[in-house]
Design a protein around this ligand. Structure first.
Ligand SMILES: [Zn+2]
Length: 211
């Protein structure tokens, strides 16, 4: 199965994507994770990305596409649950050149729910894993389940910053969502319950995918 998952920041798409792995038997590919990995491994691409990030400019489409291609090349036959890509219609067209996507899931979550969820979010300093004080707390308070790394609250998880990020997301994602809607690949999922059990949401996603 080749699935792309869309959703605003804080919609829980990363959580759902990683839980879909077992249900669909395809790997979860997050371009955010891939980028962090390149930087951590100090690869040529990683160094390029760092240069853009430190100067505050957006990492160009081509670099992200290159990283994704490298990752997909090794196991395209297993399919994927792709998150964080494509962010632009240009990237969507690049992805079309690589392979044919089966379905695009669009997570719709009201802004108020996201603000509530993000302001209780914690992230691991070591591996980037996301926790939530209310809905998905770590086993030991303040520590990552996977590596014991320190959990911290991101500066951009303040309500007014979140609202601005949501506005930016809507604006940027609308053309990409329209692109997939026009190809009849888009399926909408609504999630209005801020404390919804992630497994229930995943069930709903699987049902929708298989419809
Ligand atoms: Zn960690």
């Amino acid at each position: 199965m080749k699935v792309v998952i869309f959703g605003p920041p804080g919609s829980g798409k990363g959580t759902y994507a990683s839980r879909l792995v077992n249900k669909l038997g395809s790997p979860h590919i997050s371009t955010g994770d891939l980028v962090r990995e390149e930087i951590r491994n100090k690869t040529l691409l990683g160094k390029k990305i760092e240069k853009y990030s430190s100067s505050g400019t957006l990492v160009p489409d081509e670099i992200i596409t290159e990283i994704l291609k490298k990752r997909l090349a090794s196991e395209l036959s297993k399919g994927f649950i792709l998150e964080g890509y494509p962010r632009t219609v240009g990237q969507a067209k690049e992805l079309e050149k690589i392979t044919k996507v089966d379905v695009v899931m669009n997570l719709n979550v009201p802004d108020s729910v996201i603000v509530d969820r993000l302001s209780s979010r914690l992230q691991c300093r070591t591996c980037g894993a996301i926790y939530n004080e209310k809905t998905m707390p770590p086993k030991v308070a303040g520590k990552c389940d996977k590596d014991g790394g320190e959990l911290f609250r991101r500066v951009d998880d303040q309500p007014e910053v979140i609202r601005e990020r949501l506005r930016v997301y809507q604006e940027a994602s609308a053309p990409v969502i329209d692109f997939y809607r026009s190809k009849h690949l888009l399926k909408d999922i609504r999630n209005e319950d801020p404390n919804a059990d992630p497994d229930k949401v995943v069930e709903q996603i699987v049902k929708t995918i298989k419809q």
